[in-house]
Design a protein around this ligand. Structure first.
Ligand SMILES: Nc1ncnc2c1ncn2[C@@H]1O[C@H](COP(=O)(O)OP(=O)(O)O)[C@@H](O)[C@H]1O
Ligand SMILES: [Mg+2]
Length: 232
């Protein structure tokens, strides 16, 4: 069973100038240990699709499952809990709180989930180590480079041990070398920790790392490209 699955996903935004169909009839599956890239021009519907898959928004039509849980039938409270337990989000703008240290930013979702303090400390240390920032725990976002800030963002996304990582253009604000190292990290987490990941991007480096690509054109999926993994 896929860690994350969408069927017939359609999102229509009502507008006075006429309805906008942002995505139409998208089917998608993301398995554990798999990195799926959503590629498409600006306005193609990438963010809309990720928001539906992350249950941050509800589809006009279609269904989303997290493993065997049908997200589209849950009430808001249950959905919030399921989202917290199963999903991690990474944003283009990093989304860190400037007055908190790297460690405190990473700890925040665990506080919200009422994880006890001792366990929080262990998990924060672990997550910062996984993203290569063990020595930067006490620095605030403003004292870190863009690449380091996005690593904090990734640590925060994985500290709750999600099954699924959802990243919307995570490297768009980074220079190409930093972007490459962030992508390398996402690839390692996906393949090493068995997380299922879906990443929206135009970045060719991200695309190279993908196990599978979903190409969006005006909210519709072009035939799926399957990349054969290199075998030697
Ligand atoms: N809240 C909204 N209300 C109305 N239209 C929207 C809204 N969000 C996105 N759209 C429209 O939906 C389409 C897809 O947008 P989006 O999912 O943000 O694309 P992408 O992330 O690929 O740039 C665009 O035409 C955009 O203008
Ligand atoms: Mg977008």
């Amino acid at each position: 069973m896929s860690a994350l699955r969408g069927r017939g996903l359609t999102r229509v935004y009502p507008s006075t100038a006429g309805d906008v169909t942002a995505i139409a009839d998208i089917d998608i599956d993301i398995d554990a240990g798999e990195l799926v890239v959503v590629r498409g021009a600006s306005g193609a519907g990438k963010t809309t699709l990720l928001n539906l898959l992350g249950a941050l928004d509800r589809p006009t039509a279609g269904t989303v499952w997290f493993d065997d849980v049908e997200a589209t039938e849950l009430d808001e409270d249950t959905l919030a809990r399921v989202r917290r337990e199963r999903l991690g989000f990474v944003f283009q703008s990093f989304g860190l709180i400037p007055v908190l240290s790297a460690a405190e930013n990473v700890e925040l979702p665990l506080r919200i989930a009422r994880v006890p303090a001792a366990e929080r400390d262990a998990r924060v240390t672990d997550a910062l180590r996984l993203v290569g920032l063990a020595g930067h725990a006490q620095q605030r976002p403003g004292e870190l480079s863009g690449g380091q800030q996005q690593r904090v963002g990734i640590a925060r996304a994985i500290v709750g041990r999600p099954r699924v990582l959802i990243a919307d253009e995570p490297t768009a604000q980074l220079d190409s070398r930093t972007a490459a190292s962030v992508i390398e990290l996402i690839g390692e987490l996906v393949h090493g920790e068995g997380i299922a990941a879906i990443v929206a991007t135009h970045d060719p480096l991200v695309v190279q790392r993908a196990d599978r690509i979903v190409e969006l054109h005006d909210g519709r999926a072009a035939p799926t490209t399957v990349i054969e993994s290199a075998t030697t």
